[in-house]
Design a binder for this molecule. Sequence first.
Ligand SMILES: [Zn+2]
Length: 111
Amino acid sequence: MSNITAYKCKSCGLIMYPYHDRCLNCKKREFEEIEPSNNGKLLTFTIIEQLPWGMDERGRILGVVEFDNGVKALGLIDVEQPKLEMKLKRGWGTVREIGGVKVKGLIFEKA
Ligand SMILES: [Zn+2]
């Protein structure tokens, strides 16, 4: 599993992932790096029936997960019947292949 880093604004405390140059809330530029916790809950999800970018299977689920420490991240949801608020744990794996190159990303499974 690879680590992902989120950024906490030193001025207002907003947590952002991925990185932005300026805080989305107060526009300051100083951040503290934090690591998301391993578990979170599913905030929202979409089922994608037709995959636009080089994935050969159908019906993948993309969702936004809020980790226990407040970090939010988008990733694949590897659960057959996702429900809002369900507990998930963070994993890391191949999410797609482009021209034979595997692209890694966040994959969430049932906690
Ligand atoms: Zn801020």
